[in-house]
Design a protein around this ligand. Structure first.
Ligand code: IPE
Ligand code: IPE
Ligand code: MG
Length: 237
């Protein structure tokens, strides 16, 4: 039975890093690392459902990742498209609702079409919200929000004095999604890499040395257990 309490993170966000190193360790092309990484996604989804976590956000492709070699970008986009096509029926059966955040207009047309289809197909599900961050950059997100607020103010629809944290949050790509409670980064790197800068203000951070393709359900459970042991103070005592 899924266990539910305040010790269970309601929202887990993961920086899925280390696919390239996983492949290199095996003498395989980087693409194979990304392919293996896609398999870890299924396990993360299943484990979140078992834990009772309601939101899982996965950093799949950053604004900065566009600067990788063209062949790698192409491979990642094609894997994304295949993943959506192959896994959407299964996710739908599991009650998973898919969302996407980022500058989605930058994605190749065929990826975007597949993404829109998966989002529409799963839109009535409520068990787990899976949020894919694609062509995502936190600074870009904040700039987009500022631009939209400015537009509304200039149009006379918004009083600048009324802009507070809640109003700002409503203009982020993550409007309506609670902030992550737990942020996990795999592959041992201790950095945020332009991920959810606004939303992780008070997230608990767990960094694991496991490379993303090696990150299994048991590793996610371990991170959730570590989270449960933390004492979140939010500035109070
Ligand atoms: C994460 O793995 C996947 C993406 C960033 C798309 P990497 O490709 O960054 O793997 P490493 O960091 O080179 O090992
Ligand atoms: C962060 O990983 C982006 C994703 C996991 C999608 P990177 O591998 O791109 O980050 P850096 O370059 O090590 O900071
Ligand atoms: Mg990396």
């Amino acid at each position: 039975m899924p266990e539910k309490s305040s010790h269970i993170p309601q929202h887990i966000a993961i920086i899925m890093d280390g696919n390239g190193r996983w492949a290199r360790e095996r003498g395989l092309p980087r693409r194979e690392g990304h392919r293996a990484g896609a398999e870890s996604v299924r396990e993360a989804v299943e484990t979140c459902k078992e834990l009772g976590t309601k939101f899982l956000t996965l950093y799949a492709f950053s604004s900065e990742n566009w600067s990788r070699p063209r062949a790698e970008v192409r491979a990642l986009m094609s894997l994304l498209k295949d993943f959506l096509r192959r896994k959407t029926p299964e996710m739908h059966e599991q009650g998973v609702r898919l969302h996407a955040i980022g500058r989605l207009g930058d994605l190749p047309e065929n990826c975007r079409a597949e993404l829109t289809r998966s989002i529409e197909q799963t839109s009535s599900n409520t068990d787990l919200n899976l949020v894919l961050a694609l062509s995502y950059g936190a600074r870009e997100e904040i700039v987009d929000a500022a631009r939209q607020l400015a537009r509304e103010a200039v149009a006379g629809e918004l009083d600048p004095e009324s802009i507070d944290n809640a109003a700002f949050q409503q203009h982020l790509y993550t409007a309506g999604i609670p902030d992550p409670d737990l942020l996990i980064r795999t592959s041992g790197e201790s950095r945020i890499s332009n991920f959810l800068l606004w939303q992780i203000s008070y997230a608990e951070i767990v960094i694991t040395r496991k490379l993303w393709p090696d990150f299994k359900g048991v590793d996610l459970r371990q991170a959730a257990a570590e989270y449960a042991r933390r004492h979140r103070r939010f500035g109070a005592i």
